[in-house]
Design a protein around this ligand. Sequence first.
Ligand code: FAD
Length: 476
Amino acid sequence: MKADNAPIIFWFRRDLRLSDHPGLAAAAATGRPVISVFIRDEVVEALGAAPKWRLGLGLDAFACALHARGSRLILRKGKALEVLRDLVDETGAGSVHWTRAYDPASIERDKRIKAALKEDGIEVASSPGHLLFEPWTVATKAGGPFKVYSPYWRAVRSQEVPEASTEPSRLIPPETWPRTEDPGDWALGSEMRRGASVLRPHVQPGEAAARAALDHFVDKNVNRYKDLRDRPDLAVTSGLSEYLSLGEIGPRTVWHAGMRARETGAPGAEAFLRQLVWREFSYHLMYHSPSLLNGNWRPEWDDFPWNTDADHPNVAAWRQAGTGIPMVDAGLREMYVTGRMHNRTRMIVASYLTKHLMTHWKIGLDWFADCLIDWDPAANAMGWQWVAGSGPDAAPYFRIFNPETQAKKFDPDGAYRRRWIAEGQDAPPETALSYFDAVPESWGLRPDAEYPRPVVGLDEGRRVALSAYESRRWRV
Ligand code: FAD
């Protein structure tokens, strides 16, 4: 039997914040010491290079935030159950708490750990916090999951979102701290084959930076969001995805900031809330159909003649942002240098890969998972399957984006393309040049080389994609 004041181990995962944290607020409210822990387990090891590197920055920022409040972040590497058992032994903790995760690998791991710890006599508590709505709490009238966005949006729009909790006034330290590993030894950025130093100036990790980004968006951009959110040449969107992905900001905080802006009459606020709920929808889909992550959501796509050779020269050209289509290459270079890509450009590069290059969306999804600092399993899979046509509520396959028409509409002065494509410019900007500092030498790319010719003509690519599609004679 553990003492009433036995410490609580709080196992942090993708919830690296102190406010709007229902689980942490509840743990602190018990008045017992809280030992914050992050475990580098197999779920962490499976991350792509850029998300893992970004996680390292997030952990540093979170450790500093805890330190400033007289607390600590304990880092341990290993299988989560073994680490937690060791920590329970070392500290005499009576409980282990965490914020729920919804991807299939985490669900399987968490269930297993919960059962084992309970068997050991340890109290286990999991809390919401990563989402506005638990995926199982939103259902159609017939009681099933939603497959189409608009009715999902209407269903959640009428629900109350609880106010975000404030930061606990105090996290009581344990009598003695357990040993922590050295974050320097973890080297979470070691898999970045490219210049992490090129990415670094583009990233402001941590909860305070997340709050600043939200405040900036509400002050400066929410009014313009509805009309201009599709313009990659303008910085109008919130830039919150990387913070939401690591939980450096809570979704309730973002939701209520959007609601307050709406109440003051900000014209873009409703559009922003609607976009935020796409994130929820992706989790709803992943929770109810975990195969969304690695298989066609619509099985009728299983025998579509997509190229599945990840080493195909056209795929290499796409990855290396040398397709010869400036709007596509600009987006891919933006991602390589900053770890982010504008949503409109994500759709354009994904459409080009899956349609003009007739390549399986999984190949694109994997590349994004390696390069994006805002990588999110559900949003990434939903985005790719939406563009490819194989997902729920997806764009019809025959709606093939023409990257040049898209560029004229959404980058009307060419500013975005000039920002990212150095070749052909007399005095390319730093952003465009930095791509060549970031890429591996083995790619042999130089800013003064000639800009590549299109690997596939736009008309030709469109024709091939449409004829493959029509040959399946599907009903749409
Ligand atoms: P804002 O426009 O300010 O939107 C606010 C928030 O709403 C975002 O931070 C995000 O959490 C959510 N959101 C907005 N649009 C979407 C959307 N279409 N789907 C899901 N959530 C959305 N988003 C990720 O967070 N991680 C990914 O790995 C990811 N991969 C994608 C892959 C493809 C092929 C596509 C088409 C989209 C992908 N998205 C992904 C969605 C979207 O592009 C990003 O969320 C958005 O660009 C982030 O910028 P922002 O924070 O400025 O968004």
